[in-house]
Design a protein around this ligand. Structure first.
Ligand SMILES: O=c1ccn([C@@H]2O[C@H](COP(=O)(O)OP(=O)(O)O[C@H]3O[C@H](CO)[C@@H](O)[C@H](O)[C@H]3O)[C@@H](O)[C@H]2O)c(=O)[nH]1
Length: 457
């Protein structure tokens, strides 16, 4: 019996149907930040001969998944999303549609109810996990949880040294409540325990990262902790063929970027992923900080963040553009005018920025983002960090501090150093994904061989 559990992402299941043919089943968690990289993985697998890929999803996500894969041979199957889940509005089947992220745990736990339908749809096959996180975050969460390192310090901002990685210092504020609460309980904890147990009991984990970026942490997990991990990314480089817009069909923001390029002006891209809940007070500080900085900026805001004030767009004039639609983030990041990214450090955004060679101004908000921000700023040095008013990881950001760091990223010496470094990293990322020879391509081949050999024996 294969097991489906509520998981922070995935399901990749592989079996050898006969000596030559492989059928991979993917079941992405219903959240854009998890689904998008797994759709890239589907594409990557289909580039190999004799692969069949089936993607499971729910009716509400069917068109997003099916459209993304419409030019491939992947099968897409929808399973009913659980009905009448307390507090989850009918029709909400993806985390970006939740009215508030405080409903995340209820939403995640409701996916458990899909277990019988999913089990009916598949048979006994090896199971591999996918979390969508960096190896650094995964590794640090594991180390602090196993050693109970977060329960010593009195303050949430006190620096803690990790015995396994003496050069790394973290604070309790870098971790989610599941890790920091000495007696955790409640739906989010229940969901995390179920998904981590499933990950531990699975064959191993595929990671959306490349070995060269996080080798020390991949080696630690593979050699010293008994958890197998395979780095097969950055999956954003396995893209659908790029849409070449006819000039009159170009989105307004791409035309605006083209204009900035012609004027020789660089642009800061501002976006906080598909899930962040930003308070109206914080939104105001961002608006003022950007307005008062010297930067030209393209700011993507989510539909519910409407409190900018009627005259804001008038005030910024042609120096900035505010977009309230779903954009092609990679297309923006790859636009030659874009020279900086103010980001919440969702792992997909970090990878997309690295691949585009754009330095990051890190403003982590929740989940794995504070750890990703440490990786970006302190380990790989491809970005700077916003200043919070009290210096705390989760502190409020005032407009003056934001403005200072925006100007530093776009024009300062530290920004330039990060820009140089991110371009080098971007080149290494591309090499890792090269068909046949790249480290990530070869790792996926090893994984497939290993699973098929283990099935034979
Ligand atoms: O208008 C938009 C908004 C988002 N995106 C894409 O959506 C994805 C967003 O992913 P990410 O940057 O990782 O942010 P979140 O949506 O916040 O991702 C969740 O999932 C990530 C992967 O597990 C975690 O690292 C984050 O903390 C968690 O919030 C990226 O591919 C973006 O390119 C678009 O293309 N257009």
């Amino acid at each position: 019996m294969s097991l489906i559990i509520p998981t922070l992402s995935l399901y990749m299941e592989a079996k050898s149907r006969d000596t030559d043919q492989y059928h991979i089943v993917l079941f992405p968690f219903m959240s854009k930040g998890h689904t998008i990289p797994l759709l890239h993985l589907a594409r990557l697998l289909l580039r190999r001969p004799n692969f069949i890929v089936t993607v499971f999803t729910t009716p509400g996500n069917l068109s997003f998944v099916a459209n993304s894969l419409s030019d491939t041979t992947a099968f897409v199957i929808d399973l009913p999303f659980p009905q009448n889940v307390p507090q989850i509005p009918a029709g909400v089947e993806s985390t970006d549609q939740l009215p508030s992220m405080s409903l995340f745990a209820q939403f995640a736990l409701s996916t458990k109810l899909m277990q019988p339908d999913f089990e009916k749809a598949i048979d006994t096959i090896p199971r591999i996990g996918f979390y969508g996180m960096s190896i650094y975050s995964w590794c640090l969460c594991k180390v602090v949880a196993e050693r109970r390192l977060l329960f010593g310090p009195e303050s949430d901002d006190e620096l803690i040294t990790l015995p396994q990685f003496p050069s790394i210092k973290v604070t309790r504020n870098d971790f989610d409540s599941t890790f920091t609460d000495p007696e955790p309980n409640g739906p989010l904890f229940e969901f995390n325990v179920a998904s981590i147990t499933a990950a531990i009991n699975s064959y191993g984990m595929i990671i959306n990262s490349f070995y060269e970026l996080e080798s020390a942490f991949a080696d630690y997990l593979n050699k010293e902790s008994g958890n197998k991990v395979w780095c097969v990314g950055p999956l954003c480089l396995v893209d659908a063929p790029r849409v070449v817009h006819e000039p009159h069909k170009k989105p307004t923001w791409i035309k605006w970027l083209d204009q900035k390029l012609e004027q020789g002006r660089s642009v800061l891209y501002v976006a906080f992923g598909s899930q962040a809940d930003i308070s109206p007070e914080q939104l105001k500080e961002i608006a003022t900080g950007l307005l008062d900085s010297k930067a030209n900026f393209l700011w993507v805001i989510r539909a519910k963040e409407r409190e900018l004030g009627d005259d804001y767009e008038e005030k910024i004039g042609n120096r900035g553009i505010v977009v309230r639609e779903w954009v092609d983030q990679r297309e923006i990041l790859m636009h030659r005018s874009v020279q900086g990214f103010l980001s919440h450090c969702g792992w997909n955004s970090v990878l997309e920025s690295i691949c585009a060679g754009v330095p990051i101004l890190a403003w982590p908000m929740m989940a794995d983002q504070p750890l990703n921000a440490r990786l970006v700023v302190e380990e790989i040095k491809v970005g700077l960090r916003v200043e919070t008013c009290d210096g705390s990881v989760r502190g409020f950001v005032q407009w003056e501090g934001l403005k200072r760091m925006v100007n530093e990223l776009m024009e300062g010496v530290m920004g330039n150093d990060a820009r140089k470094k991110v371009k080098e990293c971007g080149e290494i990322a591309k090499k890792a994904m090269e068909e046949g020879s790249g480290s990530s391509w070869r790792t996926l081949d090893w994984l497939i061989d290993e699973i098929c050999n283990s099935r034979k024996t």
